[in-house]
Design a protein around this ligand. Structure first.
Ligand SMILES: Cc1ncc(COP(=O)(O)OP(=O)(O)O)c(N)n1
Ligand SMILES: Cc1ncsc1CCOP(=O)(O)O
Ligand SMILES: [Mg+2]
Length: 525
């Protein structure tokens, strides 16, 4: 048996068998989430393989590529298509799938029935964790990218293997034999009908082309329920590639382990941010410019590198400030926030109902300078503008504030969005809108917020049970009753949010410490 000499340190030589060496190397290396895109090349680089690779890069996922066709296209339209022969598509598939540990396959332009058949056989030989099918048939410029004869092969062979299929209105209509889709209600029916053809487990019908809609509305059907996902429409000509990008980002999120609905929400939010960042880019003379996935996404990219995603455990002791109480005790907002953090608050919300905008932004900046080094997230109550101005970690909104889906698209995917909810329907909507957590209350009567009906511990339990998001309880909670709140013992109830129990007290740090110790004690038992 041949032996290999490995140099472990300058003075030590190890002798190992090759198989053992390979196993050790495999263990030592980091497993990277991996999407394989099977799609056409877009010479303009806004869509196709090029968009897929950039979207996966933005999501922090490795992307390999099998090219099915080479297109000559720009912002005017598609000037030519050069299909790659099926046996060479098969060879590329074998090269990647046999060697490179692909998690998720995403498909784009599949120009012929035989290419689809080649892909289906490869997926049977080399199964992957998930398949995302973007049924690219016609370019936005109206050019055909897939022969009409492929439709049957799509429906009978590829869709049954898919975890999610993401048609736009034209593609959904084509899959359903040419029916007309003109409203959100039509999209609901289309999503259910596509699902009932027996194909993909999840269907996302994209309503970007819906006429007369001020929102970008997509309909997601998971086989049981339709969810309406709304985002604000970004007015720009730079929309070429949004479909490929959305599907690739979904694939990237699935590769990282996100559940399907979360993957869709994150993808939608990423596309909205990318459109916002690049809405004024000038590239090309045609009617449809490409948007940019990375170049202008400074916040997104640096956010990926630096900021962790929302951690639900941060909801444990949620301190909400009150300017009236600070005035009463003669404290500055920064001293109040410092004391709460010193006592063990895990997240801070600035709820400054009377502050002038300028003062609010200044106060928020000063508080951020205190929170950031302590790794305590700082959220702003109600005011998205203030949060954007000072780059706060998120915003909390109620039912009559700015709708959460708009807050999400304005803040982007990596900020924290919280929504007040009193019943299961509101909790469901908060989730569909892309919120990170919900606040439920008032649990007990409180004089801090006027005219706020209480839901009691039973109402809190009902909302927690219905919520797919983590929950923080609020309203009349203090050291005297916090234990009874956490003891309802519903796993997604992550903590309590308090105002007067901390800020209407002589010593904020002492009261925070007392409350924190009760909460930690309940969690331990
Ligand atoms: C954590 C948390 N939950 C609920 C609320 C209440 O928000 P909202 O219903 O918008 O009422 P106001 O706080 O704006 O009066 C909250 N602020 N924080
Ligand atoms: C902001 C808010 N939302 C529901 S109840 C409430 C006030 C909570 O204040 P306190 O903790 O003093 O009862
Ligand atoms: Mg509010």
């Amino acid at each position: 048996m041949a032996e290999v000499v490995l140099r472990g340190s300058p003075h030590v030589l190890y002798r190992r068998r090759p198989a053992l060496v390979r196993a050790m190397a495999a263990e030592a290396r980091r497993k990277v989430s991996h999407v394989l895109t099977v799609a056409g090349s877009d010479s303009g680089a806004g869509a196709g393989i090029q968009a897929d690779i950039k979207a996966c890069a933005a999501a922090g996922v490795y992307c390999s590529s099998v090219v099915t066709a080479v297109t000559a296209q720009n912002t005017v339209g598609v000037q030519g298509v050069h299909p790659v022969p099926e046996d060479f598509v098969a060879e590329q598939l074998r090269s990647v799938l046999s060697d490179m540990e692909v998690d998720v396959v995403k498909t784009g332009m599949l120009h012929s029935g035989s290419v689809i058949e080649v892909l289906c056989s490869s997926l049977k030989e080399f199964p992957v964790r998930a398949l995302v099918v973007d049924p690219v048939m016609v370019s936005t410029s109206g050019d055909m990218l897939s022969a009409p004869s492929t439709l049957a092969v799509y429906c009978n062979k590829l869709l049954p293997l898919a975890d999610i299929v993401t048609p736009n209105l034209k593609e959904a209509s084509a899959l359903l034999g040419g029916c007309s889709l003109k409203s959100v209600a039509d999209m609901y029916s289309a999503a259910k009908l596509i699902h009932s053809l027996g194909p993909s487990r999840n269907v996302l019908v994209k309503g970007g082309d819906l006429p007369d809609s001020s929102d970008a509305v997509d309909v997601f059907y998971d086989g049981e329920k339709c969810h309406e996902l709304r985002g604000s429409r970004v007015v720009t000509r730079n929309t070429h590639g949004t479909g490929c990008t959305l599907a690739s980002y979904i694939a990237a999120e699935l590769a990282k382990g996100s559940p399907v609905m979360q993957a869709v929400q994150r993808a939608k939010s990423y596309v909205a941010s990318a459109l916002c960042y690049s809405k004024d880019l000038v590239i090309g003379n045609g009617p449809q410019g490409p948007f940019d996935h990375l170049m202008k996404l400074k916040n997104h990219v640096s956010g990926l590198a630096q900021k962790p995603l929302f951690n639900p455990d941060d909801l444990l002791l949620y301190a909400v400030t009150d300017s009236g109480m600070n005035k009463k005790w003669g404290r500055s907002i920064t001293d109040a926030v410092k004391a709460a953090i010193e006592g063990g608050a895990t997240i801070i919300q600035l709820r400054e109902k009377e502050a002038d905008t300028q003062d609010f932004v200044e106060a928020a900046r000063s508080c951020l300078a205190i929170c950031r080094p302590c790794n305590v997230p700082l959220l702003i109550n109600d005011r998205v503008d203030v949060a954007l101005a000072c780059d706060a970690d998120g915003v909390h909104v109620g039912q009559s504030d700015m709708p959460a889906h708009l807050v999400r698209s304005l803040l982007g995917p990596r900020k924290i969005v919280g929504v007040s909810c009193k019943n299961p329907a509101q909790a469901e909507q908060a989730w569909a809108d892309g919120a990170n957590y919900i606040g439920c209350g008032g649990v007990f009567p409180t004089s801090t917020k006027a005219n706020n009906p209480t839901v009691g511990l039973d109402g809190l339990r009902t909302v927690c049970m219905a919520s797919k998001l983590p929950v923080v309880a609020i309203g009349g909670i203090s050291v005297g009753n916090a234990r009874s709140v956490l003891e309802i013992s519903v796993p997604n109830l992550k903590g309590v949010a308090v105002v007067s129990a901390l800020f209407d007290q002589e010593c904020i740090a002492t009261e925070t410490r007392r409350l924190r110790s009760i909460l930690s004690d309940v969690l331990r038992t």
